[in-house]
Design a protein around this ligand. Structure first.
Ligand code: 1CP
Length: 345
């Protein structure tokens, strides 16, 4: 375990299944979504350009910590940023998401993807240095995209509802698939290691779209590639593994090598824990849409989730997926206060 001020934080304690003084809370996509101060600093700067400027990355990473008093920061970046950094022709288009100029379809395409080196992402280490200096005892969560979710963007060419090209390649050309996921695992491993070495106190692997797979397909074609990333990182910091619609994959996602399994809003945390057993902490799982309801509804839901989370050997409060862009920031601040108050009492 790394030895810095944040390594005894509530977030790390919950992830390690110890007993923090209160339930730690942070929000997926808390940076760069609903905050007016984010829109101000991003004005006129393209998304991927902003991710490569250490001063901006540090500022945007810190904004939700300063405003909401959350128990962790998450690095402002994107799961496709490492692919841009190694020279792939891609962009993040506002209102759309990642768009890839030359989608991957063959072994030749896969072999043309460069390996990741720490030098290609020196700006990430620099940004984290600035962030850690301001964060003090609050931990920074580093993150990366899991190979399946990254592959879906590279094969489809952009966001996709049905992932049909991705699944066709996975099932029809398994050797091309394995070569692609192996390369993506190498890229995400170096991206995560760089963040850990620079001072991240925990990491999260986002396999956002893994829930589109059956359990058998996940285990046959995906699990080993994500497991390689977790194994390569080792036990220096806690590892969180998250996907959406993954109720039937939770045990497999834990078995890939996570300490904490991220749960979306569909599965109650006590049911998730019954499936996962005593070896895993859980993270989640307020429905992001509930933040648009009246406060008494939100309060009831937060209390329910805290109660269900007590069944788990460790609970990190979060949403079941990312903050929606139109969310009222003041509601997020109130939820942080409520989680702290209820869980400390
Ligand atoms: O808290 C934070 O916002 C931290 C930074 C962060 C993270 C953790 C961003 C900034 N993106 C991500 C992860 C990410 N990116 C995921 C995994 C989390 C999730 O499931 O929500 C995924 C799937 C992406 C890919 C991506 N990037 C999308 C989704 C597209 C789709 O398929 O539906 C989108 C819209 C983006 C753009 C993006 N990433 C981040 C921001 C602030 C933005 C919007 C930028 C803009 O429009 O200018």
């Amino acid at each position: 375990m790394t030895d810095n001020a944040a390594s005894s934080s509530p977030l790390v304690a919950a992830a390690r299944r110890e007993s923090p003084p209160h339930t730690p809370v942070w929000f997926m996509r808390q940076a760069g979504r609903s905050l007016p101060e984010y829109r101000t600093v991003r004005e006129g700067i393209a998304m991927l350009d902003s991710c490569m400027r250490p001063d901006l990355v540090a500022e945007i990473t810190m904004q939700p910590v300063r405003r909401h008093g959350v128990d962790a920061a998450i690095l402002f970046s994107d799961i496709v940023l490492p692919l841009k950094a190694i020279g792939m022709d891609l962009d993040i288009v506002a209102g759309v998401g990642p768009v890839i100029a030359n989608p991957i379809a063959s072994l030749t395409d896969v072999e043309a993807i460069p390996e990741m080196t720490p030098d290609a992402i020196g700006f990430i280490a620099e940004a984290i240095g600035l962030i850690i200096a301001e964060l003090g005892e609050t931990p920074l969560i580093g993150f990366a995209g899991a190979p399946f979710t990254l592959a879906s963007y590279l094969i489809e060419g952009g966001p996709s509802r049905n992932h049909e090209k991705t699944k066709a390649l996975m099932l029809s050309q398994p050797e091309v698939w394995d070569a692609l996921l192996s390369r993506l695992a190498q890229i995400s491993t170096v991206f995560l290691r760089t963040q850990i070495e620079a001072g991240a106190s925990a990491v999260q692997l986002f396999d956002s779209w893994a829930g589109s797979l059956t359990k058998a397909t996940y285990e046959r074609h995906v699990l080993a590639h994500s497991a390689r990333i977790f194994n390569a990182i080792g036990d220096v910091v806690p590892k969180i593994h998250f996907g959406v619609g993954t109720s039937l994959l939770l045990e497999s996602m834990g078995a890939a090598g996570a300490d904490v399994v991220g749960i979306d809003w569909r599965t109650p945390l006590d049911e998730a824990t019954a499936l996962l057993g005593p070896e895993y902490a859980v993270q989640g799982n307020l429905d992001p849409a509930v933040l648009f309801a009246d406060w008494p509804v939100i309060e009831r839901e937060v209390r329910r989730i805290l109660a269900e989370g007590r069944a788990a050997p460790g609970h990190i409060f979060n949403l079941g997926h990312g903050v929606l862009p139109a969310t009222d920031p003041d509601v997020i601040t109130r939820v942080v206060e409520l989680v702290h108050e209820v869980s400390a009492g």
